[in-house]
Write a protein that binds this ligand. Structure first.
Ligand code: GN1
Ligand code: MG
Length: 367
């Protein structure tokens, strides 16, 4: 395998001789490797993309190319370093954005950005602030991008589409588990109309669709040595979606006092101080382009995305665990319970969240 990895890496336009290719990180979806070259040459990241989840990898890479090109123009115009502040895709020797091997696996390469730090969770309010700023700035730089992106994950954050999948999953009952899920399916029904009403605002154009990241957890941001944001990475899910989905998913992951899959739901609740710091950071950048309707719906978006996640985890449990990797038998059910607890906590805090967003947004308007 080692030799094979070097051979694969050598299909790309790498500078310097490759010394070794070794595994990197703990991603749940793709396989990631670090490509070490001789001294004084750049180093690289090699990835085998997951073809089960991403059905059109060429289109996905084209999306990433369009987005990184746009970001680089912006970074150069503002005097920044385009090789450090945005991902740089490395093409193959034939000029392609991917290498397709004999097993029909897709491989891609990007430049490794030296001297950076990543975090697995926001261990301080300052990091939450920086994370918010990172996504706000990312969206702000892309707010004027006109070129459409391919819809490589149809219906990803579209709850109408998710209900269609859900209704099919419940009616097929592939793993025979629905009979034991009366309480949990009740949760889904209880919020169905409320979630569809929110979705209608997107369908009616009240909430605009923009270029967004769609996987805004903190580990997808590179920080510099002084913990200032440098670069947003993992662009596989860049899509035309709403900014609210990025914001809501970030609150779901940053502000949870417990784990996404906490077995003890008493650990799970929304931490208001983390929510506040993330929001301050996010709005310090995003306030320049967000519309009033987006700002008004920010708090609800955290509830929407958390609900969507309850539905997706439960649906995967009903389907017999075919999408998310599980570490034990009822892992998806445990995840759904933990996320439902978080949903209830967000719901309890929605009034206060709205007050805070309103206050910060007025302060920023006054300058
Ligand atoms: C998946 O593996 P990760 O964290 O990048 C999923 C997200 C979910 C998340 C839940 C393409 O993302 O939508 O929110 O798990 N990504 C995809 O942990 O389905
Ligand atoms: Mg990801």
């Amino acid at each position: 395998m080692k030799d094979k990895l070097v051979q694969i890496a050598n299909h790309f336009c790498v500078e310097g001789k490759i010394k070794i290719v070794r595994p990197l990180g703990e991603g749940l979806i793709n396989d990631t490797y670090f490509v070490e070259t001789e001294a004084d040459y750049p180093q690289y990241i090699l990835q085998r993309k997951n073809g089960n989840i991403f059905k059109d990898i060429p289109a996905m890479m084209e999306n990433i190319y369009k987005v990184t090109s746009h970001l680089k123009k912006k970074i150069i115009a503002s005097g920044g370093d385009p090789l450090r502040e945005a991902m740089t895709l490395i093409v193959t020797k034939d000029g392609n954005l991917y290498y397709l091997d004999e097993d029909a696996e897709y491989w891609t390469m990007s430049l490794f950005i030296e001297d950076t730090i990543t975090h697995q969770y926001a261990s301080s309010l300052e990091l939450a602030y920086q994370g918010g700023k990172g996504i706000g700035k990312f969206q702000a730089m892309l707010a004027d991008m006109k070129e459409p992106l391919a819809d490589i994950l149809p219906g990803f954050h579209n709850i109408r589409f998710r209900f269609k999948q859900w209704d099919e999953a419940v009616s097929n009952d592939r793993a025979g588990r629905v009979k034991d899920l009366a309480v949990e399916t009740g949760w889904i029904e209880k919020y169905r109309q409320e979630m569809l009403s929110f979705r209608e605002k997107v369908e009616d154009g009240i909430i605009p669709v923009r270029v967004t990241h769609n996987d805004t957890k903190i580990s997808n941001i590179l920080f510099d040595q002084s913990d200032e944001i440098l670069c947003v990475i993992d662009l596989d899910t860049v899509l035309n979606s709403t900014c609210l989905n990025d914001y809501g998913d970030a609150i779901r992951s940053y502000a949870n006092a417990g784990l996404e899959d906490d077995r003890d739901i008493d650990n799970v609740y929304m931490k208001m101080d983390v929510f506040e710091s993330y929001t301050r950071g996010y709005l310090s950048e995003a306030k320049t382009f967000l519309s009033q309707s987006e700002i008004k719906n920010l708090a609800f978006s955290a509830k929407y995305i958390t609900y969507e996640q309850v539905l997706r985890f439960l649906m995967d449990y009903i389907d017999g665990d075919i999408y998310y990797r599980i570490n034990y038998d009822n892992h998806n059910l445990v995840r759904a319970h933990a996320q439902y607890k978080l949903l209830k906590s967000i719901e309890e805090h929605t009034g206060k969240m709205n007050d805070f967003i309103h206050r910060i947004s007025s302060e920023l308007s006054k300058g």
